[in-house]
Design a protein around this ligand. Sequence first.
Ligand SMILES: Cc1ncc(COP(=O)(O)O)c(C=O)c1O
Length: 427
Amino acid sequence: MNNNLASKDKEYIWHPYSSLVGKQDNIVITSANGVFLNTNDGRKIIDAISSWWVNLHGHAHPYIIQKLSEQASVLEHVIFAGFTHEPAIRLAERLLEILPGDQKKIFFSDNGSTAVEVALKMVIQYSNNIGKEPGKVIALEGAFHGDTFGAMAVSERGIFTNHFNKYLFEVDHIPFPEEGQEEYCLKIFEEKLLATTVTAFIYEPLIQGAAGMRIYSAEVLEKLLVIAKRNNVLCIADEVMTGFGRTGKLFASEYMTTKPDIICLSKGITGGTMPLGVTACNAKIEAAFLNPETSKTFFHGHSFTGNPLACAVSNASLDLLLNEGCKKKIEFLNKEHKAFKDKIKASKAIRKISVLGTILSIEIETFVDTGYTNSIRDELYDFFLNRNILMRPLGNVIYIIPPYIIEEKELNFIYEAIVDLLKKRQN
Ligand SMILES: Cc1ncc(COP(=O)(O)O)c(C=O)c1O
């Protein structure tokens, strides 16, 4: 047996989104604190993407760890059907207070895909429960809502779904409301609603993450939501990435007047520490389930639903997030990103650069289509990693979505690396 951790890893473990015959070894992380990931060979890598967008307050935040440890010493887990506990109740109460759109009930699960899965099952059963034949779900082109089957079904058909397309339920994808294409998108949406019965519209509000941090306007989303509501279509906001301050407001749905019926949460809600997913719904959805008949019950649950450790961590993360200091950090990040954007936007190496809240994204000019499989991806990944920065480009799109505690000098270190990359590509 080989004692080297990286080789053992290669031998035993199947990593996500990774080829089993990948050339590079996985990097062994021994500890992490703040924005830094510490490797077993002594490197300190800046986590510029919050470890897949989950970490809000930095790694090993002492307050979160303290609350986790306190919770672990009293109740680590209990079945959540027929039983409950204070951390879950407190979290649900607090979420209902801050979520947009008069949300009435919180349903717990474990990750973003299950939060979406639950939302889809809720809207389908909602129709059944009120005696209506469930219709279609409409989503946006380019959407990514997760890797389970329902979540894949509402996602764009592409590299993440190709092997499974024939097993996915039929979903209509309307054009992405790109700047200049808004009217076209709205027209197609109206046409679909006329042509077929539609139960729900699911969307990543204001920004599609996996599609390459693609931003669209609050004005067009407002119009889409108004049209949906006018046609009695349930609106599902997938705030798995956008929630908890990422777009500058607590939730991206706050940018619109028309609010969703259902909100899916994960990633930020976890404080980056314990897995958690949440599906919140409003009184309209709730009403369809206020029925004692067994057949009307929502038969969905996971062994770790409402895990007390995850709820305690999430409460601790909320304490930090709702603090004035954190709000200032979010504003600071936005200001810095905007200033940096202005500084570099004229570079010929950039096709497009955008800032939304704490997210900065740059589409690198490659003279071929922007996309996840763009061949420049590995080169970009290595460029930043060689400088001890973890970026995980989405094809030719690089982006920063850092923990909010990032310091100015760490942010500048990332910006400088980007400037060097642009210089290199311009020459
Ligand atoms: C908008 C959105 N929804 C759902 C998911 C799936 O979340 P998870 O990876 O936790 O299953 C993601 C993941 O990137 C996402 O960005």
